[in-house]
Ligand binder design. Sequence first.
Ligand code: ADP
Ligand code: ZN
Ligand code: MG
Length: 494
Amino acid sequence: MNYLADIGLEVHAELATRSKMFCACPVVDPALAQPNQAVCPVCLGLPGTLPVVNQQAVEFGLRVALALDCTIAPVSIFARKNYFYPDLPKGYQISQYEEPLAEHGILPIRTPQGVRNIRIRRVHLEEDTGKLTHVLADGEAYSLVDLNRAGVPLLEIVSEPDLHTVEEVRVYAESLRSLLCTLGVNSGDMEKGAIRFEANVSIRPAGSSDLGTRVEIKNLNSFKAMERAVAYQIGQQARLLDAGKAVEQETLGWDADREVTYSQRSKEEAHDYRYFPEPDLPPLGVEAAQVERIRQNLPELPFALQERLIQQYGISAEEAHLLSVDGNLANYFESCVRLAEDMPARIVLNWITGEVFAWMNQTGESIQQIKVPPEALIGLLNEVQQKIVNLNTAKSIMSEMLQSGQTAQVIIQQKGLQQVTDSNLIAAMVKEVLAAHPDEVKAYLDGKETLANWLFGQVMRRAGGKADPHMIRTELESQLKNMTKNTLRREGEK
Ligand code: ADP
Ligand code: ZN
Ligand code: MG
């Protein structure tokens, strides 16, 4: 049977504020801080303490909500979500429930199938939990609690079940991450858990308009985990329905090692959490003037940027998407293009998506960290354009530039990499190579035309890789052509 999948995502994004959501404790880098270094009576949930709302977190939340074109609630309500867990010292999480900060937004995404507007159901503020580490050492099993993260501001962004494919899920998630980074409200550092996903997945027979029963997959911490988990669930549910069985609503975890989902608990209901308005916090009022000020100051958003790059530079949607994932990348590209004057944007782009991306992937450096600023890249490309070096040499120069931060000019001078463009010299090298390989030349003349490339390689090797490839080719062709003529003439004489 043919099925259509419906997927809704709940995204938790840590807000990059200096202090926590309801107290003055600093938000610390989990990799650098001592456990329980940043805690106080409020985030420890000690009796008699009172929470105070972090205005910067509200501002960040509004920025995201407005970028998603949401309707902002003039008044929203904090609510207690009650449950017991060792990483939740208060015994409840302060969240927003019935009256969230913002609702009814849109995130446009572009996939190879075109542009789609994914509806955003709600955006609300809440606090993060602490972190548990389960230890099994010397036959002893115990758990450690670190409450540095307890009370860190989180923004939850919930979509409608508008996503239908794994690809859409990935593009949506990436687009949201770009948006958060562009707005400066989140580090985008998924490895440190700055963005976490929960995917709700159901399927229905193609043509049916009723949504199927959904499962919820918790704690997906990477794009890859999310893609795999969603794909797995779509397959699993199709097998169930094909076998005449029903999907059961439940909450699942993802086992990344075995690549399977596993059941965590059966259907959870809102009443299990006994939500009620947080008595320690007044309703959160947002002034219309503040909303307007934030709206006016929104930067160019990734989707608009992507569409502009497509229009302005004639690059593909995929390339534009790659560049708009991080506003700094697009900036780098546009700075290069401005400096490059009469060089096509396409050439600049190929170097960025080729050598630069490969380097960033390999080293983990960001575009701001790499040692080749736009001026230096364009400096190198000018050397290629002026035929001072050929393309292959330029690639090895680039790899040295990325490592040492030297300019192309200096590397070319120091290593004597200037291209050989002396036509007499090239003609002489071609002649030498043809004389040194009579068998291959004969085979070529007998019709084995692929040998032309091999002969080209020999000449380039003789030139130490530094000759103008176009000149070699032309010279090689003309000398071989002459030989063909001579051979024909000789055969005609026989
Ligand atoms: P909760 O998880 O608290 O029960 P909701 O019922 O509002 O919250 O739904 C949460 C998420 O599940 C949303 O992203 C929504 O789009 C998605 N969702 C709801 N129903 C379905 C469905 N039948 N199939 C897939 N996703 C769904
Ligand atoms: Zn605190
Ligand atoms: Mg949910």
